[in-house]
Design a protein around this ligand. Structure first.
Ligand code: 2M8
Length: 429
């Protein structure tokens, strides 16, 4: 173990609030959904029981309809906006009313396989069974409320659901959001971080208008899906759910459950996801379900097709071509936005910086698909960024400058996870 390993473990311990881990104690003082899933993989390297608890704590906040919130406000902290009173979901524990990318099933499959490999299957079987039921309920919720038209994609009702908050993919669809009645509010993020790194005031107005819309529907997810002014099929969540459903089916199989429901979701997504292939720009990208318009952007999420287990020689060639072009333009892969795009900004959230967790998904997918050289490069770039610059939330792909918060939990988790040599793990195998 070297100093960076020790530092990574120390960050997870320091950000541990007793059963859940905050992404960063100052900027994000609550439990975040997909952050916790990645954090569990980091804990699994040195504290198996704590890894499982991270996911179990998240699912304690699951609603009766299967929904799992993007934030759980386990304790009060006025360092973050919008807090529980703004969401006003009326749940205990207090939560937000939107979800986040469903990486948890993939993570639980990995935790389970790690326990089996360590000879600890008996000690963790009951916990795996319980989590499996929770995951199945969440994926049913996705099928019902985030793909209510049955396209086989995930329709995000808020940019925060995608985890890529201010990606330019949401700019044009966001114009349909009426911000005239949002009113005054005080942001906390720009009190902690340089405003140049964060979303703009217009973007925040849109985020809040959507929260107000959800609240006006009493957080009735069917009503939101029917009338929300923002309904964008997100390429990132769609690829992540496809992968997660393959992993859920495998988990079902491993636990002696019936995988047919998850298998059916996989089949539907494999047929439907072609709707997100933009021929004109030769890329996977998000698409507005209201207007049918493609975003046309090459983002880091575009490269998750490999992670989703999609295999299409022509499309794969196009994506590998984009990757080769981008690799010539940046020092560190994979920028969250194509550096050849006029809107590229090297430190502004989701418009340029590299996120270690996205790199882990891209690298894993590329390894699965046999594109070892590129997958190794993405892993090595990620490890270099962390060891040279520190455990930042994100990094400039041009010069490695840290962006956002420091001592960041999921960055520490990815370090721990990726210290081992890269291995392919064919999804669904
Ligand atoms: C960022 O999102 C939150 C809102 O959820 C924010 O900026 O206030 C995103 O990077 C998101 O993907 C992430 O889960 C969260 C905490 O790391 O921060």
């Amino acid at each position: 173990m070297n100093d960076v390993d020790l530092a990574a473990r120390a960050i997870l311990r320091a950000n541990d609030r007793g059963g859940y881990t905050v992404p960063n104690g100052t900027v994000y003082p609550f439990q975040w959904n997909w952050d916790s899933a990645f954090v569990a993989l980091g804990f699994d390297v040195f504290d198996r029981d704590r890894a499982w608890r991270e996911v179990e704590t998240l699912f304690r906040a699951q609603w009766d309809d299967g929904f799992v919130p993007h934030i759980v406000f386990w304790q009060e902290d006025d360092g973050y906006f919008p807090g529980p009173a703004v969401w006003n979901t009326g749940k205990a524990p207090v939560t937000s009313g939107i979800t986040q990318p469903p990486v948890a099933a993939t993570v639980v499959r990995m935790l389970w396989e790690s326990a089996v490999a360590a000879g600890a299957a008996n000690a963790f079987r009951a916990r795996a069974e319980k989590l499996y039921d929770r995951l199945l309920a969440w994926h049913r919720w996705f099928s019902e409320h985030r793909d209510h038209e049955g396209r086989g994609v995930v329709v995000a009702m808020h940019p925060w659901e995608t985890g890529r908050d201010n990606s330019p993919e949401w700019d044009v669809p966001g114009e349909a959001i009426d911000v005239s009645a949002v009113g005054d509010y005080v942001r906390r993020d720009t009190g902690h971080l340089d405003a140049k790194m964060r979303p703009t005031k217009l973007e925040y107005d849109r985020y809040l208008a959507l929260v107000q819309f959800g609240r006006a529907q009493g957080w009735d997810h069917a009503a939101i899906a029917a009338g929300n002014p923002f309904r964008v099929a997100d390429v990132g969540m769609s690829m992540i759910l496809l992968r997660a459903n393959r992993d859920l089916a495998q988990l079902a199989f491993a636990l002696g459950r019936d995988p047919s429901e998850a298998d059916a979701w996989v089949a539907r997504a494999e047929t439907g996801i072609g709707w997100l292939w933009d021929d004109r720009h030769g890329t996977w990208c998000s698409r507005d379900t209201i207007t049918g318009r493609f975003s046309g952007y090459v983002t880091s999420a575009s490269f998750l097709s490999f992670y989703a287990g999609l295999r299409d020689a022509e499309k794969d060639r196009a994506m590998l071509g984009h990757a080769a072009r981008i690799a010539n333009r940046v020092s560190y892969m994979m920028p969250s936005l194509d550096p050849d795009d006029a809107g590229f900004q090297m430190i502004r959230y989701w418009r340029g910086p590299v996120w270690a967790v996205v790199n882990w998904m891209i690298g894993t997918g590329l390894a699965d698909a046999g594109h070892i050289e590129l997958s190794v490069k993405i892993r090595e770039d990620t490890l270099a960024l962390i060891s040279i610059c520190g455990f930042y939330e994100a990094f400039s792909p041009i010069d490695g400058t840290g962006s956002g918060g420091s001592d960041f939990s999921w960055t520490a988790a990815i370090w721990l996870l990726w210290r081992e040599p890269i291995r392919g793990s064919v999804p669904g195998s």
